[in-house]
Design a protein around this ligand. Structure first.
Ligand SMILES: Cc1cc2nc3c(=O)[nH]c(=O)nc-3n(C[C@H](O)[C@H](O)[C@H](O)COP(=O)(O)OP(=O)(O)OC[C@H]3O[C@@H](n4cnc5c(N)ncnc54)[C@H](O)[C@@H]3O)c2cc1C
Length: 604
């Protein structure tokens, strides 16, 4: 029975692809568009548009093709049998696909409903003539034969490191050498794009090392691999922050990155006449001006601390700091701690302070989405990123592409039932938290963690133990209140209570990444580029209009040659590929007309 269904799915998909290809060959955008259902979505990751874009319905498809078909010359649309058999379930035929364009090779995913396209994902994975040197194209390493001018690998590395940035210029400068800058740098190295990554911290991995000492990744290992080198099979499910730091340091070394530690970017200016940036950096105390063609800000979406400005902060006599500067609990045994905020960092810090013997109060202003780590692993991520998924043949590439194939416009519809199940399974847990006064939510439309992350990058805690302490009162809670002001000895709340405090931690989150552009380039450029992150879902902290994709991430911005890169380990791994290819194509002079350059609706 399954085999018959699979054959049917195969032929349904093959027939659709043949019609699509025929319409493309005929240059007939209208005919191609008619193959899409009324409610349909085509997500393109640079293959057709040199942009990250989702178009909707036959009219969106027609416009996309009318603008790009002649240049793109798509060919070879076919089922990608090597990635798995097409399937047919609940009226949806689904298949991996492959195709080519004039300049690149692509892979994607197609879903058909009633014979018409419902979702189509097209992604470019390599540029023709610029394939990565891997497998049978790998470098030889040894240079056999006799050569009196022989340079060893080490000598070449050293020469490059001495020259790049001084006597030769990098094509790309990446500001920020966290996991984002490092993953992108690795891809650019493989693509032969001369790149310098700069970071004010001395060593790769320091961004993780510098965080509060109890931190372990909240996402499991299967979700976290970097490009090219997977974590080993004995790697912990939730890596401790210092272990991730060491991995990144090792990775930067073996991926041969030009990593300038202890280097701070002071400012950057774009010169339109020359199409070049001047990026002023201070490297170990010495000023150097770099002149790249492309500038990537990988300065972290959890990097620009939102420090509140409460009255009385200047008179408070205890310690006070943003969560990103929290040193850990050691100095606070027997002390009174007030943590302002109720999301991830607030929970982790409260739990560590409680373990360290402090008297802890969490101040919750508005509701938080809590997801038990166990439920994240099983109910939410399990199908794509887990040991079971690996055993059933799921690869990181397929998981990433499957995730990417769900258009943001309808992603919440897939998420809502998942979180309905989570709520049912974890009903006792949520009831106990609610009874303790904790204000819970599941997202504005009950679509849970990922949608909150994609829309606003905040408002949640993946519970690894702190919620139990809140529920049983070990971590005291003041909810539905705000801070009126700090006094010399504590925190005065809107409910009239004054919480005595020896330390106040502001776990108040992070600001939009275009704030980095304001700091390093100019307010004018920051405003030109607009808000970074979010979808325009018109939900809390993600104002409309609908934008279809995450604002400004991994794709061209309104400022020529300025890019933003980052996100969690999964996004950083997956989207660094498309950003790297966009940069490589520009370096090689391949025309990259951008379709659907995003408009700016919000400044921050
Ligand atoms: C408490 C906490 C827990 C998290 N848990 C997870 C998790 O489990 N899984 C996950 O995937 N993500 C997690 N994240 C999100 C995490 O921030 C990102 O995944 C990761 O740090 C992003 O990497 P990045 O390279 O984009 O930015 P960052 O790691 O923030 O790196 C940015 C770098 O830019 C450098 N920089 C900034 N300005 C300059 C300048 N002017 N000059 C030179 N260098 C500069 C900084 O020194 C820093 O090293 C967590 C974040 C926090 C705060």
């Amino acid at each position: 029975m399954t085999q018959t269904l699979e054959r049917t799915a195969h032929s349904t998909i093959t027939e659709w692809l043949a019609s699509f290809q025929a319409a493309l060959d005929a240059g007939d955008a209208r005919a191609a568009a008619e193959l899409f259902g009324t409610d349909s979505y085509w997500r393109d990751l640079i293959a057709f548009t040199w942009n990250i874009v989702t178009v909707e319905g036959p009219s969106g498809v027609r416009e996309l093709l009318s603008a790009n078909l002649e240049r793109v010359q798509p060919s070879g649309f076919a089922v990608a049998d090597d990635l798995g058999e097409p399937t047919d379930a609940d009226g949806v035929a689904e298949s991996w696909i492959r195709f080519e364009t004039a300049v690149g090779r692509g892979v994607g995913q197609l879903r058909l409903k009633d014979g018409k396209a419902w979702t189509l994902l097209t992604t470019m994975y390599e540029l023709k003539g610029h394939e990565e040197p891997s497998r049978d194209r790998r470098p030889k390493g040894a240079e056999h034969g006799a050569n009196p001018n022989r340079q060893t690998w080490l000598e070449k590395q050293q020469a490059e490191a001495e020259q790049l940035g001084y006597t030769t210029q990098p094509y790309t400068v990446i500001v920020g050498g966290g996991q984002g800058g490092i993953a992108l740098g690795a891809r650019l190295r493989q693509l032969g794009v001369p790149t310098i990554i700069i970071d004010r911290n001395p060593r790769p991995g320091d961004a993780w090392r510098n965080r509060y000492k109890s931190l372990c990744l909240h996402d499991p290992v299967w979700y976290d691999h970097l490009p090219y080198i997977d974590f080993p099979k004995n790697w912990p499910v939730f890596a401790p922050k210092d272990k991730i730091g060491d991995w990144l340091e090792m990775y930067a070394k073996v991926m041969e990155l030009n990593y300038w530690g202890s280097t701070e970017c002071k400012n950057a200016t774009y010169h339109e006449e020359t199409g070049e940036w001047s990026v002023v950096v201070e490297r170990e105390g010495i000023e150097v001006t770099l002149r790249p063609k492309q500038l990537v800000l990988a300065t972290g979406m959890s990097g620009k601390a939102n420090v509140p400005n409460f009255e009385g902060m200047d008179v408070f006599r205890g310690d006070q700091h943003h969560s990103s500067k929290h040193p850990g609990p050691d100095a606070y045994r027997g002390k009174r701690a007030v943590v302002i905020g109720a999301n991830n960092s607030a929970h982790d810090i409260c739990a560590a302070l409680w373990e360290g013997g402090a008297d802890v109060t969490m101040v919750q202003r508005s509701s938080t989405h809590i997801l038990r780590s166990e439920s994240l692993l099983t109910t939410v991520l399990g199908g794509l990123y887990s040991e079971d998924a690996v055993e059933s043949g799921m690869t990181t590439q397929k998981a990433d592409l499957t995730f990417a194939s769900l258009p943001y416009r309808i992603m919440h519809e897939f998420q809502i039932p998942v979180y309905d199940e989570v709520r049912k399974n974890d009903a006792d847990f949520y009831t106990r938290l609610g009874a303790a006064g904790f204000m819970l939510d599941y997202g504005d439309d009950d679509s849970g963690l990922f949608m909150k992350y994609l829309r606003r990058g905040s408002g949640y805690y993946i519970d690894v133990g702190a919620s139990e302490l809140v529920a049983n009162g070990d971590i005291k809670l003041e909810s539905g209140v705000d801070v009126v002001r700090l006094t010399e000895t504590g925190v005065l709340l809107t409910n009239g209570k004054e919480l005595p405090a020896d330390v106040v931690v502001y776990a108040t989150g992070y600001g939009s990444m275009n704030g980095w552009a304001a700091d390093l380039i100019s307010q004018e450029v920051a405003d030109k580029v607009g808000k970074v992150w979010g979808l325009g879902s018109d939900t809390t902290k993600d104002p409309g209009p609908w934008e279809g994709e995450q604002r400004n991430m991994w794709k061209p911005t309104q400022q020529e040659s300025l890019w933003f890169h980052g996100g969690n380990l999964h996004q950083s791994r997956h989207y660094s590929l498309y950003l790297a290819l966009q940069l490589k194509a520009r370096m090689e002079g391949i025309p990259t007309p951008v379709y659907g350059l995003q408009e700016v609706h919000h400044l921050s």
